[in-house]
Design a protein around this ligand. Structure first.
Ligand SMILES: Cc1cc2nc3c(=O)[nH]c(=O)nc-3n(C[C@H](O)[C@H](O)[C@H](O)COP(=O)(O)O)c2cc1C
Length: 334
């Protein structure tokens, strides 16, 4: 397999952080990168917003050099506007690639023929992919799809062929249909069929939560890399755990709770700096803190505490309380 994307080689198996609206912002992406994520993608960005030079939309495009390689993900159903938007994005921020969203299940997006709606309108999908590939060449364009619209119209292998013919450089496949939303299990059989159907790199996505999952799915499907979403929300350190396991076949020592807390605190501090308003930043972080709590024993009580935090100092105090028993233990043995 040869690829226009240098992070794919016969000896590599890149770990992507999944694009997640409201989650994979600049701060979170950088924390995941520090913990071993190889390739980052922005949250989805509206091509119409870019096209209309909406200021808020521009904020979603912001990234730092340390995040490379990074792709900007665009969604929209109008080929001309998508192409024009992609060109603007390249002029403004020069990402390493443009990623096309053909998987979003949200009604508002689908109603305008964007996201997963294009899976059941292959001529429109072809027009979007062709227009964007042509508009930004030689910059690579990748795509992210679901396996189909619903259980009766699973067409990911056909869609993958079309996208390969359009010049798409790599394809991420979330193993669910649009109708499934996030329910049920990801269908890795179909992901395997896609990997077998095309010669561009296929990145498998859906329900990966442990290093063993990644190895099992890699062997099962012949994918060229994986993309991790929700598991990274609660455990950004999952990337380094997977990397170590892939390299050695052995598990890293479980990430120390104190190290986890220091990452969470850094997330809070960076968010406060970015927002310039501690109260607002902490309110916006509550859902993220609750996601982090899933990576800890006693998650329920942590979740309750995180629901009300208004300052970094409070999070620090919750962490101190949480870690106190283990610190006592360390004290008693020294
Ligand atoms: C909160 C949230 C936001 C998401 N936003 C996007 C998005 O902007 N673009 C996209 O292609 N997929 C998006 N997804 C889907 C994920 O990228 C991924 O395909 C899905 O979560 C399955 O992977 P996982 O089981 O590893 O979480 C989102 C998922 C979640 C949970």
């Amino acid at each position: 397999m040869t690829s226009a994307l240098p992070w794919f080689s016969p000896f590599s198996f890149p770990l992507y952080l999944a694009p997640m609206a409201g989650v994979s912002d600049k701060i979170f992406r950088q924390l995941c990168k520090e913990r071993g994520a190889d390739v980052l993608v922005t949250e989805f960005v509206s091509a119409e917003g870019v096209f209309r030079r909406n200021e808020r939309t521009r904020e979603y495009l912001d990234f730092d050099e340390c995040e490379r390689p990074i792709g900007v993900q665009l969604f929209g159903g109008n080929a001309e506007h998508m192409a024009e938007a992609a060109r603007h994005v390249v002029d403004w921020v020069c990402p390493d690639f443009i990623d096309l969203n053909f998987g979003c299940p949200v009604n508002k997006v689908v109603a305008k023929n964007g996201g997963s709606a294009l899976l059941k309108d292959c001529p429109a999908l072809t027009a979007v992919a062709n227009a964007v590939v042509r508009a930004v060449a030689p910059l690579p364009v990748t795509a992210k799809i679901r396996i189909g619209w619903d259980a009766n119209s699973i067409n990911a292998p056909q869609v993958a062929h079309i996208l390969e013919d359009c010049g798409i450089a790599a394809l991420a496949v979330h193993g669910r249909t649009r109708a499934q939303g996030y329910s049920g299990a990801a269908d890795w059989e179909v992901i395997g069929q896609v990997a077998a159907a095309v010669s561009i790199p296929v990145i498998g996505n859906g329900d990966l939560t442990t290093p063993e999952d990644v190895v099992r799915r890699r062997v099962q499907t012949g994918i060229a890399g994986v993309m991790i979403g929700r598991a990274a929300m609660s455990s950004p350190w999952i990337f380094q755990e997977i990397k170590h396991y892939l390299a050695t076949g052995e598990h890293l020592l479980a990430t120390d709770p104190a190290e986890k807390w220091s990452l969470i605190l850094r997330h809070c501090q960076l968010a406060v700096k970015e927002w310039g308003d501690e109260d607002q930043a902490m309110r916006s972080l509550r859902a993220r803190l609750m996601a982090y709590s899933r990576g800890f024993a006693g998650a329920k009580s942590l979740r309750e505490k995180f629901q009300h935090v208004t300052s970094v100092a409070e999070v620090e105090e919750i962490g101190r309380e949480y870690l106190a028993p283990s610190l006592d233990l360390v004290g008693s043995t020294s």
